[in-house]
Design a protein around this ligand. Structure first.
Ligand code: NAG
Ligand code: NAG
Length: 166
């Protein structure tokens, strides 16, 4: 993607009040600036990466391999994909679950799957439609299909319980 495209996307993101931009990063590695609270260590994958960093990997598979997941300020949520960026990497429930968990581990709110997927012409429930990028692993709970289990899947992966108890 060209720098002009990036600028356009960034300014659109700024217009979306209350939605924090997630952006491709033109550097050499997946990154997250989030520090998850220690209560949410169970969200880490089998190689000790928190959901924000795993999300950076799975989002990066459609942007040439690089993606930055920024931390969320209070009152903000991560937005779903813009129309021009509604790739299979964003339009699946694995990525959505990881971004919801990434919000929760910072004690921030998250948008519903139906909001997240508004701009997706095709959605991929319960699957990650690309090859899993090397250097990461997807935690089991992220495979819960939120289009089927709704609240119960959050119970089964613990997120709902964590929200209620915090
Ligand atoms: C979870 O992941 C974060 C970030 O990668 C790391 O700092 C933390 O030590 C990990 N915790 C566990 C229990 O793996
Ligand atoms: C859908 O995309 C448009 C522009 O492409 C953007 O303004 C809007 O915020 C997006 N919707 C969601 C839910 O992300």
């Amino acid at each position: 993607m060209l720098p002009s495209k990036l600028r356009q996307w960034t300014s659109l993101a700024i217009l979306a009040i209350g939605l924090a931009p997630m952006r491709p990063l033109w550097a050499s590695a997946q990154q997250s600036t989030v520090v998850c609270l220690s209560d949410f260590a169970w969200m880490n994958n089998s190689i000790g990466q928190d959901p924000c960093l795993v999300a950076a990997f799975v989002l990066g598979a459609c942007t040439g391999g690089q993606f930055l997941v920024p931390s969320l300020d209070s009152g903000f949520t991560y937005g779903g994909p813009f129309i021009s960026m509604a790739t299979p990497c964003e339009c699946n429930t694995i990525t959505y679950n990881l971004m919801a968990a990434c919000s929760i581990c910072q004690n921030r709110a998250y948008i519903t799957w139906s909001s997240w997927s508004t701009n997706c012409s095709m959605t991929y429930p319960g699957v990650y439609p690309e090859d899993i990028p090397s250097g990461t692993a997807i935690p089991h709970w992220a495979y819960q299909d939120v289009t089927v289990c709704h609240i119960s899947c959050y119970h089964s992966f613990g997120v709902q319980t964590v929200i209620e108890n915090r």
